[in-house]
Every structure is written in structure tokens, then in C-alpha cells.
Design a binder for this molecule. Structure first.
Ligand code: ADP
Ligand code: MG
Length: 698
């Protein structure tokens, strides 16, 4: 058997393979493109394509695809085989530099939000050489960006790369001001922790709600849920362990640094965390991870649920986006340094993040907004919809000392300019005792915890990178003109702390009182639902910032807002239709059959002896009959509400109507069905229950 180092990355055309299979000249030239974004000339592209093809074919590949991330949030691929006819009637395997660099999938069925008229439906895909090509099944996958002919981004990778570039540009200006001329580039890194549920495939197949919508739309509470806290970090059961083992192997072959795995809080819930990598690679890898999680599950007779809230009453699943900025020389800019100068630089980058999160709370909130995540944010298991930052006591005290120009009393040597010249070492234990914060400083990185489990992490990182780039730009503009750098720096750090103190909150983010304080006293935003926040993507301040940094064009922003709201509407309508269908064709008939059985029992008893007590049966028949009537009424109302939705209205109005009427009617229908479930004999109930589903995997 091969050891992990022997097979790690075996399906990836990585640096090792490039070195071994490309001439020194071609390799150097490609490396320059990867590291510095230099243009790739066609002879080099031809050589790379040919080596890539030979390597892929040797690994069993027959096809190639430009692998991209359209606005649906998942990945897309169209396969072409390598075959090319040869004059003797046979074929050769062929792949040119042109095919490597650019593809032209028919894009007419991908959402474009009006960016592309159907008569010019072809979009094009462009190779992203910074993310390695890999083999999936029999296909060589080439990570690509996806654009319209007009050059507008139709995907998530393009704006992500642009946002990384924007941050790089501004961060370099700041580093130059600190006298650092050797750094060539600043990149953001991300380690996304991924939560998921595993349930039995056999049970999943019996639930139309899970199959059509990814979540249970009905289901009475299980007698046992997560209240004992006995699942979190508990012993991993054999079937789950076998799944995780194969998942790790598959991910490792793809060069994905799967590192940590454990049981999560809810029964049947688990987490996988990779070692962090550069943001666009982490994003590609997270998309792949989600796909492979589902594939491997199928092999084990399981289904991996990535929905944000598959079960009511137990925790949903999120994703923790651990984020930092680092130089190509290996310095983490969010890590406090050894010297006063390094510490001042650290404080400036820290302040840039604080300012960014406060100024663009709305963008961060909407970057994680989906119909699914709306059920999770603010449900006492995940952070609320209010964005705030946790810094921990120590760092908080440092900032307070600077703001009030007091010496920081954790240090002996204090010096006035920055209030502190020796910063304490922040070890993780003291910075992250708080798991309820949406945005927590955890020693040398920030952890953004509002992402839903099925979200592409691209959106959150686009907004985070852009907002921080904007803070850094404002700082650089001012500092470059300053007469006395140190004084200006000191003033700017102080001002940021003063102006943005409201976003810092070290208490319990799940507390009702906090929401009150945040919104009433501090004026923080609380956009509870997707239709509440999404339209703010087009607020002038947001459009100005994102276009100024070249991350999006105005048209691209409009298209994204429309697509996200459209997606919200469709998701909820599919759920509503599924509920109506289940209630009418399965739930009501099942309850009726059981009522008949109970009524027959009562009649039989009476026939036997008119004095036999039958109040149990008659009470049950009465309650269940009331419930079936209510089920019929509520299902009709819901159906009616869906039919009367005005599709001619603008998308914001549609989304608002859906949130206000459809979701309300859905919960009303659910309540009566769930009560009926608790009164109906199990053998009559058409679906596996919450107890069955949550405890189905041994
Ligand atoms: P936890 O949050 O569960 O305590 P860790 O702090 O060990 O776990 O790491 C969580 C994630 O953060 C991992 O994916 C890890 O690779 C990532 N991470 C660690 N350091 C950084 C960093 N500097 N930048 C981005 N991600 C990081
Ligand atoms: Mg974490």
C-alpha cells in the first residue's frame, strides 16, 4: 500500500510534475506567469498543453474540461475528448495551447443576470494558471475563469482574483511606507472549516423534501437531539470513520490538505478542516471538497447534506472562513511582531480590518446570504445577522490604551507614540474563548463564521478582500502625504479605534440583549433575511468602492443582485411546492388511513360491548380529524399563495413577498403536520422521522 506522501497530489499537475515534464525554459516561463502574472506566449502554452495531456493520458484521462464556477455557486464542466483523427483511420490524443488557454462553452443556460443577450450566448473560459490542473475520473480539469464576450465576469473566480489583486496593490503601498521594499506581493490565505451531516441513503430516498430541497420541511422533534452535548468531539462511529478515511484519500490525491476531522454538535453532524492556502486555491479546493464529500458518501450508502439547516431544532451547518494576509516573504501581516515598528505595522493592518468590517457590514452580511443560511443566522447556534468583531481582552486592552493615550499596563516599557511598543504575544487560548462572534480574531488570523455550509467561499472573500483594500487605500493616501510618518500613523490608528469601536464586541453574540444594544445603541445593521440585505449590494457607497478597486463593474453588481434574489425566490417556491405535494399526497392520506383504523377499533369495541370505554379512540379521531382539515386548508392556502405570486414585479418586490407570505404559510402548514406526526402510529407515517434520520448511521 502506498503511504500518504507517496500518493498525495498524485492526480494534480503540480510543481513537481511541471518540473519533471517541462523543459527548463518552458518551466521558468510558466513559473513567471504563475508567480507574477506575466503573459504566456503561445509556444510555451503549446508545450505546457502537450505535457499536461501526456501526463493526464498516462493517468487514464480521455477528456479535458475547463472547470469553472458560474453564478449558480457550484462548479461546471463540459467535457471534450483528446481524440483527433489520424490519416490512417485511427486517432491520436491531441491538446493544443489554444485549447488550454481558452474555451468557449455554450453559456446560454448559465445565469448571467442580463449581462449577456442570448444571441451572443457564448461565454469564454480562460485558464487560471495559479490553480493547478487536476484529474477527476477520466477528465483533466483545468481551473478557469468564465467571462462574457464583452469581458464581464460570469463567474465567482474572476472577481475573487480581482479582489486579491486589489488588496495586494494597497497592502504593498503600506509596506513600502514602512520601508519594506523586498516584498513582491501580498496574498490572502484562507482555511475554510466545513460542516456537514451524514445520513443513510435509504432513508434519504424516502423523503421528497430532502431530495428536492436538501432540508427537511416537516418533522417532529426527536426525543433525543443534541441536548446532552454527547456528539461534539465524540468517538467517531465505524461507518463514519470508513467514510472519512476514503474522503481523506480522495482529497489528498487531489492535493487538498485535509487535516482535521471531528464530530460536531448535532447528532450526525461532522466537520472537516483543511490546512489553509492562498484564497483562490482554497476556494477551488473547497468546491472540490464539497463535491467529493457527496460522491464518497454515495459509495458508503450515505448522503452528505450540505444544507445550512437540514433539521429544525438542531444545529445547522456553517463554514468558518479563517482569513489572513501574508507576504511572499512569509510574513503574516496579522501577526504581532517583535519590534515596535513591526507592531505598529501589525496594528495598522488590524485597524484596516476593523474599519473594513464596520464600513462594509452590509457587504459581509450579504456575501453569505441565501435562503438556506437565513434559517441559521440568528438561530442561537450560529452568529446573529449582526456583524461584529471579537478581539479578546488582551488586544482590546491594547486598543483602549492607544485610544485613551494611556500606557498599556501589560508591558513594562511603554512609549508614548503608539501607546505601546511591546505587544504581548497573543496565544490562541486567550484570544478565542468566544465561539459566538461572527468575526473573531484568533491569534494571527480572523475567523469569519457567518458562511453557510453550501456557500461558495468566493463571495465572502471577495467582499473581505475589497473592503480591507479600501481601508488600506485610505491609509496609504494619507500616509504617503504625511510630513511626519510616525505622528500621522499614530493619529490614524487612534482615529480608527475611536471611530469604529462600535463594531468591537467581546460578549455573547447569541444574547438577545446584544441584538438590542447593537441595533439601538450602536447603530449596527441587522439584516435578518436575504431580501433585507441583498439590495444593498447596489448602494452607492458599495458600488463606488467595488468599482474603484476594479473588482466588479456596475453591470456585474446588478447582475449578481438579481441572480441572488432570483435564486432565493426559486429556492423558497420549490420548497413550498414540495410541502404542498407531500402534505396532500402523503401526509393527509396517511393520517386518514390511521384515523380509519382507530375508528374501526372503536366501532369493534362498541360492537363487542357497548360499555367498553373508547374515549382514547374518539379523542384521537377528533384531534387527527381537526388536524387533517387544517392540513388541507393550510396546504391550499400555501398553494394559492404561490400561484398568486406576481412574477411581473421587480425581483426585490418578489423576494419580499415570498419572505412575508410564503415562508409564513410554510411554517403554519408544518406545525399541523408535525403535530399529526406525533399522534399517528409510526407504521402509518410515510417518512423516516427525525430520530430515524439523525441516528441512522452506526
Ligand atoms: P480551530 O478554529 O478549530 O481552533 P485552528 O485555529 O487550528 O482551528 O484552524 C482553523 C483553520 O484555520 C484551519 O483550516 C487552519 O489551517 C486555518 N488557519 C490557521 N492559520 C491561518 C492563517 N494564518 N490564515 C488562514 N487560515 C489559517
Ligand atoms: Mg474554527
Amino acid at each position: 500500500m502506498k503511504t500518504v506522501p507517496e500518493y498525495f497530489g498524485s492526480l494534480v499537475f503540480d510543481d513537481r510534475v511541471m518540473k519533471a515534464n517541462l523543459s527548463a525554459e518552458v518551466y521558468q516561463s510558466l513559473k513567471k506567469t504563475i508567480d507574477e502574472g506575466a503573459q504566456l506566449d503561445i509556444t510555451v502554452a503549446n508545450a505546457v498543453a502537450s505535457a499536461m495531456k501526456d501526463w493526464a493520458v498516462a493517468h487514464g484521462a480521455t477528456h479535458y474540461t475547463h472547470w469553472f464556477q458560474p453564478l449558480t455557486g457550484i462548479t461546471a464542466e463540459k467535457h471534450d475528448s483528446f481524440i483527433s483523427p489520424s490519416p490512417d483511420g485511427g486517432v491520436i490524443m491531441d491538446f493544443s495551447g489554444k485549447e488550454l488557454i481558452k474555451g468557449e462553452p455554450d453559456a446560454s443556460s448559465f445565469p448571467s443576470g442580463g449581462l449577456r443577450a442570448t444571441f451572443e450566448a457564448r461565454g469564454y473560459t480562460a485558464w487560471d494558471p495559479t490553480s493547478y490542473a487536476f484529474i477527476k475520473g477520466k477528465t483533466l480539469c483545468i481551473p478557469t475563469a468564465f467571462c462574457s464576450y464583452g469581458g464581464e465576469a460570469l463567474d465567482k473566480k474572476t472577481p475573487l482574483l480581482r479582489s486579491m489583486e486589489a488588496l495586494n496593490r494597497q497592502a504593498l503601498r503600506i509596506l513600502r511606507l514602512f520601508g519594506n521594499d523586498s516584498v513582491k506581493c501580498v496574498r490572502t490565505s484562507v482555511g475554510p472549516e466545513q460542516e456537514y451531516f451524514l445520513i443513510s441513503k435509504e432513508m434519504y430516498d424516502q423523503r421528497p423534501d430532502l431530495r428536492f430541497t436538501g432540508r427537511t420541511l416537516f418533522g417532529a422533534k426527536s426525543p433525543k437531539g443534541q441536548e446532552m452535548d454527547d456528539h461534539y468531539f465524540g468517538v467517531i462511529k465505524p461507518r463514519v470513520a470508513a467514510y472519512m478515511e476514503e474522503l481523506n484519500e480522495e482529497l489528498w490525491k487531489l492535493g487538498i490538505l485535509a487535516k482535521t476531522e471531528h464530530n460536531e454538535v448535532a447528532p450526525a453532524q461532522h466537520e472537516l478542516a483543511p490546512i489553509y492556502s492562498t484564497t483562490n486555491i482554497a476556494t477551488d479546493h473547497n468546491q472540490l471538497t464539497m463535491e467529493i464529500m457527496q460522491k464518497v458518501a454515495a459509495k458508503h450508502g450515505l448522503v452528505c447534506l450540505l444544507h445550512e439547516k437540514p433539521f429544525a431544532g438542531v444545529n445547522g451547518s456553517g463554514k468558518h472562513n479563517n482569513w489572513s494576509m501574508a507576504t511572499d516573504t512569509g510574513v503574516n501581516l496579522l501577526s504581532p511582531g517583535e519590534t515596535p515598528y513591526e507592531n505598529a505595522q501589525f496594528l495598522l493592518f488590524l485597524c484596516a480590518v476593523i474599519k473594513a468590517v464596520d464600513d462594509y457590514q452590509d457587504l459581509l452580511r450579504l456575501s453569505v446570504a441565501t435562503a438556506g443560511n437565513d434559517h441559521r443566522l440568528g438561530a442561537n447556534e450560529a452568529p446573529p445577522a449582526v456583524v461584529s468583531i471579537f478581539l479578546g481582552d488582551e488586544l482590546n486592552a491594547v486598543l483602549e490604551a492607544i485610544e485613551t493615550e494611556q500606557p498599556y499596563n501589560g508591558t513594562e516599557k511603554t512609549q508614548m507614540k503608539l501607546g505601546v511598543d511591546v505587544l504581548p504575544k497573543f496565544n490562541r487560548d486567550t484570544t478565542d474563548r468566544n465561539r459566538t462572534s461572527p468575526f473573531a480574531f484568533t491569534g494571527n488570523k480572523f475567523e469569519f463564521r457567518m458562511l453557510g455550509s453550501s456557500n461558495s467561499i468566493a463571495c465572502a472573500n471577495i467582499m473581505l478582500n475589497s473592503a480591507v483594500a479600501e481601508s488600506l487605500k485610505i491609509y496609504a493616501d494619507r500616509l504617503e502625504k504625511a510630513e511626519d510618518f510616525e505622528t500621522a500613523l499614530h493619529e490614524m490608528i487612534r482615529k480608527t479605534i475611536k471611530d469604529h469601536r462600535r463594531i468591537i464586541f467581546n460578549g455573547n453574540g447569541y444574547d438577545e440583549e446584544w441584538i438590542e444594544e447593537a441595533t439601538q445603541k450602536r447603530g449596527l445593521l441587522n439584516y435578518r433575511t436575504t431580501p433585507d440585505c441583498m439590495p444593498h449590494l447596489l448602494d452607492k457607497k458599495n458600488v463606488d468602492m467595488l468599482t474603484a478597486h476594479g473588482v466588479y463593474t456596475k453591470a456585474e453588481l446588478k447582475s449578481r443582485c438579481d441572480i441572488m434574489l432570483d435564486n432565493y425566490c426559486k429556492t423558497v417556491v420549490i420548497e413550498a411546492n414540495t410541502m404542498v405535494d407531500m402534505a396532500k399526497t402523503q401526509i393527509a392520506p396517511a393520517v386518514e388511513a390511521y384515523v380509519l383504523e382507530v375508528a374501526k377499533t372503536a366501532a369493534a369495541k362498541k360492537a363487542l360491548n357497548a360499555n367498553l370505554p373508547c374515549s382514547y379512540e374518539s379523542g384521537l379521531v377528533t384531534r387527527l380529524s381537526t388536524l387533517t382539515d387544517a392540513i388541507a386548508v393550510k396546504a391550499d392556502e400555501l398553494k394559492e399563495a404561490v400561484i398568486s405570486l406576481r412574477t411581473d414585479e421587480d425581483i426585490i418586490a418578489q423576494a419580499n413577498a415570498i419572505r412575508d407570505t410564503i415562508l409564513t404559510k410554510m411554517s403554519e402548514l408544518r406545525v399541523v403536520c408535525d403535530e399529526a406526526e406525533t399522534l399517528t402510529a409510526k407504521e402509518y407515517w410515510p417518512y423516516p422521522t427525525y430520530g430515524d434520520l439523525l441516528f441512522s448511521v452506526g
